[in-house]
Design a protein. Structure first.
Length: 806
């Protein structure tokens, strides 16, 4: 790639002079920049343009009356999506994007000022569907993407030269700090220089690939049309464009490219004006085209338009006080008043030290860190940074004006939720209890809420009830959901509109995506994942999709070579078969034979089980799961003999002590292993010649499957007591975590039973209090030191046996 020649002041001057003429005024802007918005406001009022052209999809022109409506409250966003069916060798496509607006967005200021003066205004970019076809957009991304600035090496070098952290800090330093005091011609020249630098970091090939070339050709065509329609006595044509595109416009007017022709006849889509939030607008929340900290810039915009003296100093003090209140009230962090005064003074002095005309956001944040963080900057500083981010981002939520309409998916969801008797008007979370076994309408509501969860719509959260996908809590008859309708709910539904115009349609389309992913993964996805997908289809009420998911599950069970995964799949299939009533999955007649297939496959894999194949704990858990399957209603027709043959073999031959212990416990609890045989197994694993790791592993496995042996078999407790007494302190401490896990499955009452047995072994009635509150850590460590010293002295005198030393 040929390196472009260095940018000169002559180059900048030439471009800037072409952007500001009697016939044409092109304002290069950063999206959501108060400084640029002020210049737009000034130009419209002083130049009285004949027409205003704004960057944005052409079809958004119909929304201009809504955007400029007196009752519209920012932030709002235009949400648009496009859907292309498969055909002519092209895959299906679904795309969606946002065009956000806030009060200080230059584009919105241009539209508002034009509307107030009855000046025609329209958007001039390629429509969203056309943009999707000339390049692959980011999923649910912004239509005002400013990634060109983020990826500019020249801007990064300039930021370092100016002592700025990144291009955001650089922009605020160069343009926002003196907003409102710069002449329009100078402002245009400075922004042009900034954008020309960024543009030189991108080749024509890159601009072709990301769709920039086609979009700029479209916008240039509209500008030429407006210039051709302009009468000699009319005001100039005003064009408000992202600066990256604006600096290319003069060359495109001199040598007009052909207008792009993008065939979109098979593409469907829609556009809606929706409520937006400052949190989503903030670039740090994932929005790559906005200035950071929208509440900070909103306050600056309010001060600037009101003509306040020293607006940035005022905004700095206000933000500082708000952050202090946040720390005191929400985080219970004491912030003394002198520290607040010191932080404000430091922010002002940092701006002077860094040769800035007024404090920037970075000056405020540095002052906060310096004056408020007294401990570790990564720990205490995180609290201060979180509070600052919350305050500077803000919590504003927009209001859509009357007449904006409701997107079909939002309307369908509200209708269905209202029909389900869920209150959507409350301000606090409510609880819905659904009886899945006895009331069909409650099953419908459950499917609706699960569907919204699949669509990632933040409305309801399941807090209790059976989990048919993971196989938990299946003994519960009711589901409980906490729910609350918020602006985020509506926004997420609008996003999901790309999948369909009704909730069932959107849920089916989303599940189709999961099925497609599973089909592509093939054997890479295991039996556990495939059966979970089948269960999810039933939970969602997608019984037509369940048939296809069943095929995938059958293939996965046949291909999966992991014992515990196939055993888990067999149990999941059995649970699904037993839950036919609440899931209304009676049509899945192949479920019962699938349970048998998965069971037999698991037994086959278990016969080949070695320590290198999976974790011992997972293998032990799978053995327990298969035992539960055999005693369930779904396992009545299964032959248990192969399972018990497998368990007996693993008890004798598996190399992992935990698996041997688990298998021995299963045999004991089923009566296939008597007390004497269990005693011999315990003696063999707790003998002095066996390593501590082996002993603990066997014990953990045994208590995992037959914890009743701990109080029914005195030999086990006696052997374990002797083993623990033989360990030195280091060995005991090293294996204490595993020992705790071994007994973790016991209830408090069962633990007490074992404790009483141990006490009797030592001639005691009980072991005494387990917790001593009359001592502290220092005292304990002192007594341990005394004990070790006494033991060392006794051992030196040949009396170590008195304290368990040989």
């Amino acid at each position: 790639m040929t390196t472009p020649a260095a940018l000169t002041s002559h180059d900048v001057g030439t471009v800037a002079s072409r952007l500001l003429t009697e016939e044409l005024v092109v304002l290069p802007v950063r999206h959501h920049s108060p400084a640029c918005a002020l210049q737009v406001e000034r130009v419209v009022r002083e130049r009285r343009p004949s027409v205003v052209l704004v960057e944005g999809p052409r079809s958004m022109t119909s929304l201009v009356p809504l955007l400029t409506h007196p009752e519209a409250r920012m932030p709002l966003a235009v949400y648009t999506y496009a859907v292309r069916p498969p055909g002519d060798g092209a895959p299906a496509g679904r795309w969606a994007g946002y065009y956000p607006f806030c009060d200080y967005s230059p584009e919105l200021v241009a539209l508002r000022e034009a509307s107030a003066r009855d000046v025609p205004a329209r958007f001039i970019d390629l429509d969203f569907a056309e943009q999707c076809l000339v390049t692959e957009p980011k999923e649910n991304g912004s239509l005002l993407d400013e990634g060109h600035y983020q990826h500019s090496e020249r801007l990064q070098a300039l930021a370092e030269q100016q002592g700025c952290r990144d291009h955001e800090d650089l922009w605020e330093h160069l343009f926002e700090a003196d907003a409102g005091t710069t002449a329009t011609s100078e402002h245009i020249a400075r922004v042009a220089a900034y954008c020309l630098l960024a543009r030189r970091d991108h080749t024509p090939g890159q601009l072709d690939a990301d769709g920039t070339t086609a979009r700029e050709a479209e916008m240039a065509w509209h500008v030429r049309q407006a210039l051709a329609e302009r009468q000699p006595d009319d005001g100039p044509v005003l064009v408000v464009l992202g600066g990256f595109h604006a600096v290319a416009l003069p060359a495109l007017l001199d040598d007009p490219p052909q207008r792009p022709r993008v065939a979109t006849t098979d593409v469907t889509g829609d556009t809606a004006l929706i409520r937006y939030t400052f949190e989503r607008l903030d670039r740090l929340s994932g929005y790559a085209s906005g200035m950071t900290s929208p509440a900070w810039h909103q306050h600056l915009w309010t001060l600037l338009t009101a003509g306040a003296d020293e607006p940035r100093a005022t905004a700095t003090l206000t933000a500082l006080l708000d952050i202090t209140a946040e720390l005191r009230q929400r985080h219970r962090m004491p912030v003394p008043t002198p520290a607040v005064a010191a932080a404000y003074e430091q922010a002002l002095r940092l701006a002077v030290l860094r040769e800035r005309v007024a404090p920037l956001r970075s000056d405020l944040l540095d002052a906060l860190t310096s004056c408020y963080v007294k401990g570790d900057v990564d720990v205490d500083g995180a609290i201060v940074r979180a509070a600052a981010h919350h305050v500077l981002t803000g919590t504003a939520v927009g209001t859509v004006p009357p007449g904006a309409g409701t997107p079909p998916l939002v309307a369908d969801a509200t209708t269905r939720l209202t029909r389900a008797r869920l209150n959507l008007d409350g301000l606090e979370r409510r609880t819905a209890a659904l009886d899945l076994y006895r009331r069909s309408e409650h099953r419908d509501t459950s499917r609706l809420l699960h569907g919204l969860t699949l669509l990632a719509v933040p409305f309801a959260h399941r807090t209790a009830g059976p989990d048919f996908v993971r196989g938990h809590g299946l003994g519960r008859l009711q589901e409980r959901w906490d729910y609350l309708w918020t602006p985020a709910t509506e926004g997420a539904l609008v996003e999901a509109a790309v999948l369909g115009s009704s909730v069932p349609e959107a849920v089916a389309a989303k599940f189709d995506e999961h099925l497609a992913t599973a089909r592509e993964a093939g054997a890479r996805d295991g039996a556990r994942e495939a059966t979970a997908l089948l269960a999810q289809a039933c939970v969602l009420g997608l019984h037509d999709h369940a048939a296809e998911a069943l095929v995938l599950a059958r293939e996965a069970v046949s291909a999966d070579a992991v014992f515990d995964a196939v055993a888990d799949a067999a149990v999941r299939l059995a649970l699904l078969w037993e839950s036919r009533e609440p899931l209304e999955a009676r049509r899945l007649s192949e479920l019962e034979p699938m349970v048998r297939t998965a069971y037999e496959r698991a037994i086959y894999l278990g016969r080949e089980l070695t320590s290198s194949q999976g974790e011992p704990l997972a293998a032990a858990g799978a053995l327990v799961a298969l035992r539960e399957l055999l005693v369930s209603a779904a396992g009545e027709g299964l032959d248990p003999e192969p399972y018990w043959q497998l368990v007996g073999r693993l008890a004798d031959q598996h190399p992992a002590a935990l698996v041997r212990g688990a298998a021995a416990g299963l045999c004991y609890s089923s009566g296939r292993l008597g007390s004497a045989d269990l005693g011999r197994a315990v003696n063999g694993h707790l003998a002095g010649t066996v390593t501590a790791a082996e002993s603990v592993g066997f014990l953990r496995g045994l208590l995992m499957t037959a914890r009743e042996a701990a109080w029914q078999e005195l030999e086990l407790v006696s052997r374990l007591d002797g083993q623990l007494a033989a360990w030195d302190a280091g060995t005991f401490v090293a294996h204490l975590p595993e020992m705790r896990l071994a007994f973790a499955g016991m209830t408090p009452a069962e633990t007490d039973r074992v404790a009483r047995l141990v006490a009797r072994l030592h001639g005691l009635e009980e072991l005494g209090a387990l917790i001593h509150r009359d001592t502290d850590e220092t005292g304990v460590q002192h007594h341990l030191l005394v004990s070790r010293t006494a033991a060392d002295l006794l051992a030196r005198d040949g009396l170590g046996g008195w304290v368990g030393r040989s």
